[in-house]
Design a protein around this ligand. Structure first.
Ligand SMILES: Nc1ncnc2c1ncn2[C@@H]1O[C@H](COP(=O)(O)OP(=O)(O)OP(=O)(O)O)[C@@H](O)[C@H]1O
Ligand SMILES: CC(=O)C(=O)O
Length: 576
């Protein structure tokens, strides 16, 4: 019955407004009138108005009242109306013809690979890079500085010798993770059994284990649900003393050493950046990494603190906030505003919040980032089964396709490449699925309020019109950028063609590796702009990226354009 009502709702929305047949249109129609933090945290509509959803109303997130359309005989559309509507739906065959007439040759969605024991060798870094890795992620929850240093050096060595490919380095902080302690051997627990977590150090018996966080006892209450490894096991809190929490096993299994603990619906009252994180951040500064992925960010203050630290240290490192904490949801808008991008860290997000909220939040966070001109990464479990199997499940393939269609800049592999059996196959699957999905997106959706993020900015205007022009003419875009700004701006508009971003800064080239649709290329800029342009085109031709006779759109804008003519902003159409 509920399904029938929902189907009717979609049908009515599409029939009433053909434009609403687009994913964004459908989402706008179907989105309930209250903010998603209200859905997630059970807050009232009134309260949600003060939160993120309303702050984001500048364009994309304007809420319309959800109309419940009763399923009744009078409500059934007339036959010819129905036929008219059905004729409007493109046939499958027709779509594929359009898809293949202009295949996408370069993958636009970037791939982040976590480097671990399966991939931390020279041979594997090279193979991953050739298979399609764009960003190497170092998870500081594991390994030590020596092992991460080895990976950083290998990636830099790869970049130094590669002619046409570059890998960015992302350092992911451990954050205030709550973990169980060491056990002499795994404990098998069955539903209904009693088990205790204690803040006493060094306990590891058959019915009790230590927790590495002293306020654990203060943060949990009887009735809370405690999840191990994002839900692989779960425990209901029955009672607590001053140093222990007594639980009943709900979902049993094997409890191993140092497992990740979350309390459903609650964030630990710990600072987002711990002492260990500051040490790791300094390690990142010393090694000039490209991005920090900051774990368990709860508010914008921590992002400002990190940015100030980086400014004082003279470090040009971009900050990606990991959205994985229940407390971050009401502050999403300000957190993302303060950052350079966000990661939908679905592992912890789906443990702290009800799991069914994850896809909804994923779509909302992607939309929010895209409308605010920030990078966005979708992470965790994307090809989980490939940790042990050589082929993915169909659901995993669909998951990647959804992230690509929603417009993520990048999709991420975790255990698949860190400790999986088939790291290269996993990258290849991600590459193929992204490429195939991208080929079906004829004209990508531009968030309606993207312009708001850069109000009155001339470069914004040029990015918008260059995108329109290159989409209409079916060309790639060439941009010369010293800071990366213009290439990133263009990427947010998701032009159909590749953005060939030439930069004279190696660091900028590496950073641009994360951005959707950007092919970053390093070259020295000559004092003569025409010469720079000619060398750039030769390079593209030499690598088979453009063909003789092909048209390309050249965009020049930003503060330090290569053509220093009176008119600093222009879009040109040139023939190769
Ligand atoms: N640098 C590393 N050294 C050793 N093992 C690693 C490293 N990076 C990742 N791993 C292994 O790969 C697994 C998956 O990596 P991922 O980045 O998803 O870790 P995670 O999310 O912290 O997972 P967990 O909570 O299980 O630690 C980790 O649990 C760990 O076993
Ligand atoms: C990536 C990560 O930290 C998570 O999904 O929780």
């Amino acid at each position: 019955m509920a399904q029938a009502a929902a189907t009717r709702l979609i049908h009515a929305a599409v029939a009433a407004n053909p434009a609403s047949g687009s994913p964004q249109g459908r989402a706008d129609k179907l989105r309930p009138s209250y903010g998603f933090e209200a859905k997630v945290l059970g807050q009232t509509e009134k309260k949600s108005r003060r939160g993120v959803s309303t702050q984001a109303t500048a364009g994309r997130f304007v809420r319309s009242e959800l109309q419940v359309i009763p399923v009744s005989p009078e409500d059934v559309p007339k036959a010819e109306e129905k036929n008219q509507y059905l004729q409007g739906i493109p046939q499958l065959g027709g779509t594929s013809a359009a898809i293949w007439s202009k295949p996408t040759v370069r993958r636009k969605t970037k791939i982040v690979c976590t480097i671990g024991p399966s991939t931390d060798t020279r041979e594997m870094i090279w193979k991953l890079a050739e298979a399609g890795m764009n960003v190497a992620r170092l998870n500081m929850s594991h390994g030590d500085h020596a092992s991460h240093q080895k990976v950083i050096d290998l990636v830099k060595e790869y970049n130094a010798q590669s002619k046409d490919n570059v890998i960015a380095i992302m350092l992911d902080t451990k954050g205030p993770e709550v973990r169980s302690g060491d056990l002499p051997q795994p404990i098998t627990l069955a539903p209904g059994e009693e088990f205790t977590f204690t803040i006493q150090r060094g306990v590891g018996t058959a019915d009790c284990v230590s927790v590495n966080y002293d306020d654990f006892v203060n943060d949990v209450e009887a009735g809370d649900m405690l999840l191990v490894d994002g839900g692989m096991m779960s425990f209901l809190v029955k009672s607590k003393t001053k140093d222990s929490v007594k639980c009943e096993v709900v979902d049993g299994g094997e409890l191993k050493s140092r497992r990740h603990l979350n309390v459903r619906g609650k964030s630990a009252t710990l600072p987002s950046i711990t002492e260990k994180d500051w040490d790791d951040i300094k390690f990142g500064v010393d090694n000039k990494v490209d991005f920090y992925a900051v774990s368990f960010v709860k508010d914008a203050a921590v992002v400002h603190e990190l940015k100030n630290y980086l400014k004082d240290a003279g470090a040009d490192i971009h900050v990606i906030v990991k959205i994985e904490s229940a407390d971050s949801i009401p502050n999403l808008h300000s957190i993302i505003t303060a950052s350079d991008g966000a990661m939908v860290a679905r592992g912890d997000l789906g443990a702290e919040l009800p799991i069914e909220e994850v896809p909804i939040l994923q779509e909302e966070i992607i939309m929010l980032c895209r409308s605010m001109g920030k990078a966005v990464i979708v992470a965790t479990n994307m090809l989980e089964s490939m940790i042990v199997h050589p082929t993915p499940t169909r659901a995993e393939v669909s998951d990647i396709a959804i992230a690509v269609r929603e417009g993520a800049d990048a999709v991420m592999l975790s255990g698949e490449t860190a400790h999986g059996k088939f790291p290269l196959k996993a990258v290849k699957v991600m590459h193929t699925v992204s490429l195939r999905t991208e080929a079906t997106i004829v004209v990508p959706q531009i968030p309606t309020n993207l312009g708001e993020a850069f109000k009155n900015h001339m470069s914004e205007m040029f990015a918008f019109h260059a995108t329109k022009m290159s989409n209409n003419l079916g060309t790639s875009i060439v941009v010369f950028t010293r800071t990366g700004f213009m290439a990133i701006l263009l990427s947010h508009y998701r032009p159909s063609g590749t953005i060939f971003a030439f930069t004279n800064e190696k660091r900028i080239q590496q950073r641009l590796a994360l951005y959707q649709g950007v092919c970053p290329i390093h070259m020295e800029f000559s004092a003569d702009a025409e010469e720079t342009f000619t060398v750039a085109l030769d390079l593209l031709q030499k690598h088979g990226l453009v063909k003789e006779g092909e048209q390309i759109a050249v965009v020049q804008s930003g503060k330090q354009p290569i053509w220093r003519s009176e008119s600093r902003h222009n879009i040109q159409l040139r023939k190769v």
